[in-house]
Design a protein around this ligand. Structure first.
Ligand code: SAM
Length: 274
């Protein structure tokens, strides 16, 4: 908690269905000095719908660097703001991280009003494991960064979630197929919470074919299932165990670290006590 000053509320707003704006979000949006909005015209529509008469200030990727110092000064002086994006949760492939970091550094309280996000909405209806997952956001459009991201998704030992433009969904799925993930489970979640919500499930190859046959329109999230676990190399694990022992780790710590690397509990215990 800050010693004084205002609060920066990070407020989630609907990704489609307006009924998903929480009562507390409305209360907070009504109560702050200003709402920092990615697109003031868009947020004005939401505010009108919920009779929120708070002034709006533009805060987006093109002005965030210049806006931050003034906003933080006002927070420190005692004003409170609500940060929103056009849809869902700010900072998730949306602006906000600079302001949040600067507010924290200045000792300002940063508090969430959690709610909708396309990331979690797609993950929890995907039917794929939500126990561990990696969020890749939007992939780079081309170049090495894109190739590396594709490889990282293919290698990921957990579910991968990515945002994608509808016109590029099929291409991205094909690239994943070429990189070796063609048989992995995939879900294309489109227009979640909206009138034309559609979920396509299958393998990466099948969902790519479906997206080619009928290019999706609207907003899309791709969820890719984890790959088959890579066979563990016992010799490599043993050399890890030796180096951890040399560091002075206990058998229990070694066993735990092995399990974190995917070793089954029995094997981890055996190697740690050898
Ligand atoms: N911050 C937002 C969130 O928490 O969901 C995401 C913002 S990002 C700029 C926009 C992307 O989110 C879209 O391109 C799409 O991938 C995904 N998205 C947003 N709304 C969606 C919806 N209703 N259905 C499916 N995907 C959606």
């Amino acid at each position: 908690m800050s010693a004084g000053g205002g609060t920066l509320h990070v407020v989630s707003t609907p990704i489609g269905h307006l009924g998903d704006l929480s009562p507390r979000a409305v209360e907070v949006l009504r109560g702050v000095s200003a709402i920092l909005a990615e697109d003031t015209r868009h947020t004005r529509g939401l505010c009108e719908r919920f009779e929120i008469r708070t002034p709006l200030l533009a805060y987006h990727e093109h002005n965030e660097a210049s806006r931050v110092p003034g906003l933080v000064a006002r927070l420190v002086a005692g004003e409170s703001f609500a940060l929103v994006s056009d849809a869902g949760t700010p900072l998730l492939s949306d602006p906000g991280d600079r302001l949040v970091r600067a507010a924290i550094e200045a000792g300002v309280t940063v508090s969430p009003v959690p709610g909708p996000s396309a990331l979690l909405a797609a993950l929890v209806i995907s039917g794929l494991s939500a126990e561990r997952f990696t969020f890749f956001g939007f992939l780079a459009r081309k170049g090495r960064e894109r190739t590396e991201a594709i490889q990282a998704i293919v290698a990921a030992p957990q579910t991968a979630v990515l945002y994608e433009a509808p016109s590029r969904a099929a291409e991205t799925l094909r690239e994943l197929e070429v990189a070796g993930a063609g048989d992995r489970p995939a879900v294309l979640a489109r227009e979640l919470t909206k009138q034309f919500e559609t979920v396509v499930r299958g393998t990466v190859r099948e969902v790519a074919t479906a997206a080619e046959a009928q290019p999706p329109r609207g907003e899309v999230v791709l969820v890719i299932g984890a790959g088959a676990p890579v066979a563990l190399d016992e010799a490599a694990l043993r050399s890890l165990v030796e180096s951890w022992r040399a560091e002075g780790r206990t058998a229990r710590e070694v066993s735990q670290a092995l399990q974190e690397r995917g070793a089954p509990r029995n094997l981890a215990y055996r190697l740690a006590h050898e």
